[in-house]
Design a binder for this molecule. Structure first.
Ligand code: A3P
Length: 321
């Protein structure tokens, strides 16, 4: 296995040395692989490894998010939905384990030395997460029956959240000013960007295969958690029974996974988390957890510019934020 990994690393290094580069946000460059920008060559190595090795099972659920769109929250919600018969709220793994450890990043398996295909002893059904755009998902995923839950968030809030996150990021080498980073974001040069292509890819997939790809929005889940949680459970084939609803299970999950609840747990407040080749402060995944915080950071012109980019690039999709 180690020998195979080493040979793969060698091959990936060759591929990556030929890729286009652009000015990065926190590392010197972004690297473009299959039309998408990545913050390090290691991130791309992880994606290629996933493309070559991941073997989905029909019951698998894949959560996909652009970074800073609520990954931590939706990992928790999906984990809680899928494991609700095994745990109650007093013994729940979310009380003692970070959502990022409970739901692994698929593109980090290479760097964490987790062998495919069975890294999750709690399942089936297994739950994985990736930031990878639709066009770079493993062919095995496209060909399989597994369900994909895609979450997007207002790009204005995503940009602000991203910029704030990167300010506290220990893995950064250089830092762009807020204005410079905004400029790069608007041009599509951001990790996993262009952000509009990311959304568009999954929007198209969902239009083609509505039974396989569910589109959710951070804002919708905030506004009507109960409705969207039930919708998600139904989509992944684990609908809440009326008995469960009567017992208040939907609301228990919403409460357990709320910003107030997760951000105040010791397991999410202190210490660091190893995410593949990155070490991240656990509390950096929790900032404000609000809709519309962009109003405190973006000028009217900046907001207008992002709105126009969304209108232009997502024209024809029912994507308003
Ligand atoms: P803000 O920076 O706007 O506060 P990700 O998990 O994809 O990195 O996204 C992080 C964003 O989700 C941050 O947004 C964070 O505060 C917010 N978040 C984390 N947990 C949340 C929760 N339980 N409910 C709502 N938002 C949450």
């Amino acid at each position: 296995q180690n020998h195979e990994r080493e040979r793969s690393f060698e091959r990936y290094r060759e591929i990556i040395s030929t890729l286009p580069k652009e000015k990065g946000w926190v590392t010197e460059h972004l690297y473009q692989y299959q039309g998408c920008w990545y913050r390090t060559p290691s991130a791309i190595q992880g994606v290629i490894w996933m493309q070559e090795h991941f073997k989905p099972r029909p019951a698998d659920v894949l959560l996909v998010t652009p970074p800073k769109s609520g990954t931590t929250w939706f990992k928790s919600l999906l984990f809680a939905i899928m494991n609700r018969t095994q745990f109650d709220t007093s013994t729940h793994p979310l009380l003692t384990t970070s959502p990022h450890e409970l739901v692994p990043f698929m593109e980090m398996f290479l760097h964490m030395n987790i062998p495919f295909p069975d890294p999750d002893p709690l399942s089936p059904p297994r739950l994985f997460h990736t930031h990878t755009p639709f066009t770079s998902l493993p062919q095995s995923v496209i060909d399989s029956q597994c369900r994909i839950v895609y979450v997007s968030r207002n790009p204005k809030d995503v940009f602000v959240s991203f910029y704030c996150f990167l300010q506290g990021d220990n893995n950064s080498a250089i830092r762009l000013s807020f204005e410079e980073a905004f400029e790069q974001y608007c041009k599509g040069f951001s990790p996993y960007g262009p952000f509009w292509d990311h959304i568009l890819g999954y929007w198209k997939a969902s239009s083609k295969w509505p039974e396989r790809v569910l589109l959710l929005k951070y804002e919708d889940m905030k506004r009507d958690s109960s409705f969207h949680l039930k919708r998600t459970a139904e989509f992944i084939g684990q609908p809440f029974s009326s008995e469960e609803e009567k017992q208040g299970l939907v609301h228990e999950i919403i409460k357990l996974c709320s910003f107030e609840s997760l951000s105040n747990m010791k397991v999410n407040k202190t210490g660091t988390l190893r995410v593949g080749y990155l070490t991240v402060d656990k509390n950096s995944f929790f900032r404000k957890g609000e809709v519309g915080d962009w109003k405190n950071h973006l000028t009217a012109e900046m907001a207008e510019r992002l709105d126009r980019i969304v209108e232009r690039n997502l024209d024809g999709c029912d994507f308003s934020f």
